[in-house]
Write a protein that binds this ligand. Structure first.
Ligand code: RFL
Ligand code: PHB
Length: 396
């Protein structure tokens, strides 16, 4: 079946879903295709921290009813090392900036519900997705829908929001992309637990046995992470072992980690990756399709949202004959991408134990952690990067 739309969107994660909504607000039609089912997309456990800029973007888009009611505003984080837990006060250091704890699952649920309520075209559970004719003015999106019908959609532009393993980045002609990549020799074992958080704000813990993070999803559900080896077998981690290891890495006199039923358990590899440019002809990449950060700085979701905040007005202008914002799209986004890539790498290498590293790594990390706690300038640098920089202004 042959059809026509203005923007074809590949991928129904936060980037693709928000883009389809921002375009709709500008009166631009899109078709969004997603290989997974709606249920799968809504249940996939990932990030949990939104920068103020991301919250404002969702609020300005009329998407924050539940976020404003259920999101938990945090004015800082704790850094734990050498047996002490130290607070970094974002509000004080940055003139009032905060972050909001609101799970990516909830952002995705809100976006899907809104698009469907507005009559938006989202096709879940598609197969055999292809993009073609990218350097023409009418690129093509092909897919087979859940009922088995093959579709060919002519588009004015295609947005590749299909994550790191998607088809859009590999559709760039060979030689069109430069890629930078770093794999880290550790992974995160993450759990979701049906237990109230044992902390009011996130705890990032440096420990000789490896990094640990205490995050949360609500006042009744906790999210915790342990540094493990990238080839770790999750079967080797029964619940008791996970709780014992978390208790060890967060240990503090007079404080106890509350335990509860584990609802979800998974291992995530850690990678830094940037590909540039984020555009080839009429194909534009956004979010994890173009860049990956290790989760230590809580930047992945925020970067994905920031990309599409730039892309929506750029596509609007392009569709109205003005090429300038589309020409600037990649360079505009990459500024933020590289800042977040550096910050995420810095947080990651300051807090994790490299397997086989000598004692010097530990001493350098502890010196840096003491500096962050002891110097207002160093703490401010962490705070302003963590809470995020203002989004570039859209041009219309
Ligand atoms: P997403 O969320 O990966 O969405 C991409 C969507 O594209 C679909 N897709 C396709 N659809 C159609 N055709 C194809 N050929 C397709 N190929 C793929 C996928 O099914 C998916 O629905 O990318 P997006 O929108 O750019 O959003 C980015 C964020 O999801 C991501 O940056 C963060 O979640 C990263 N991340 C984390 N970030 C944090 O800040 N804190 C975390 O704790 C955290 N945990 C994670 C994460 C990323 C993970 N992945 C990608 C391995 C845990 C995991 C497991
Ligand atoms: C999370 O809540 O999943 C989370 C929070 C902060 C991070 C990474 C993940 O740095």
């Amino acid at each position: 079946m042959r059809t026509r739309t203005q923007v074809g969107i590949v991928g129904g994660g936060p980037a693709g879903l928000l883009l389809s909504h921002l375009l709709a607000l500008r009166g631009i039609d899109s078709v969004l295709i997603e290989i997974r089912s709606r249920e799968y997309c809504e249940a996939r456990q990932r990030a949990g921290v939104l920068e103020d800029g991301s919250v404002a973007l969702l609020r300005d888009g009329g998407l924050a009813d539940r976020l404003d009611r259920q999101g938990l505003v945090h004015g800082g984080i704790y850094l734990q090392f050498e047996g002490q837990r130290q607070h970094i006060d974002f509000r004080d250091l940055t003139g009032g900036r905060t972050v909001t704890v609101y799970a990516q699952t909830e952002v995705v649920k809100d976006l899907i519900a809104r698009r469907l309520a507005d009559g938006g075209a989202i096709e879940f559970s598609v197969t055999d997705t292809e993009v073609a004719d990218l350097d023409t003015e009418l690129p093509v999106l092909r897919y087979t829908d859940a009922a088995g019908t093959r579709h060919e959609v002519s588009c004015d532009a295609i947005a590749g929001c299909d994550g790191f393993h998607g088809i859009c980045r590999p559709a760039f002609p060979s030689g069109a992309l430069t890629m930078w990549e770093r794999d880290y020799p550790y992974a995160w074992l993450g759990i979701l637990a049906d237990v109230p958080p044992s902390t009011d704000e996130l705890i990032y813990a440096h420990h000789p046995a490896g990094f640990a993070l205490h995050s949360l999803r609500s006042t009744t559900v906790s999210r915790l992470y342990l540094q493990v080896s990238p080839d770790e077998d999750i079967a080797e981690w029964p619940d008791d072992r996970i709780w014992a290891e978390l208790a060890r890495r967060f240990e503090l006199p007079g404080w106890a980690l509350q335990q509860g039923p584990i609802l979800d358990k998974s291992i995530t590899p850690m990678r830094s990756f940037v590909s540039a440019p984020m555009r080839y002809g009429r194909l534009f990449l956004a979010g994890d399709a173009a860049h990956i950060v290790p989760p230590t700085g809580a930047k992945g979701l925020n970067l994905a949202l920031a990309d599409v905040a730039v892309l929506a007005p750029a596509l609007d202008a392009l569709l109205h004959g003005d090429e300038q914002a589309a020409a600037n799209y990649s360079a505009t986004c990459l500024q933020r991408v590289w800042r977040s890539t550096h910050f995420s790498w810095w947080m990651t290498t300051m807090l994790h134990r490299t397997p086989g590293a000598d004692e010097m790594e530990m001493q350098l990390q502890l010196s840096q952690l003491r500096y962050v706690i002891g110097s207002r300038a160093a703490a401010t640098s962490l705070a302003e990067n963590y809470t995020g920089f203002p989004l570039p202004k859209g041009d219309g």
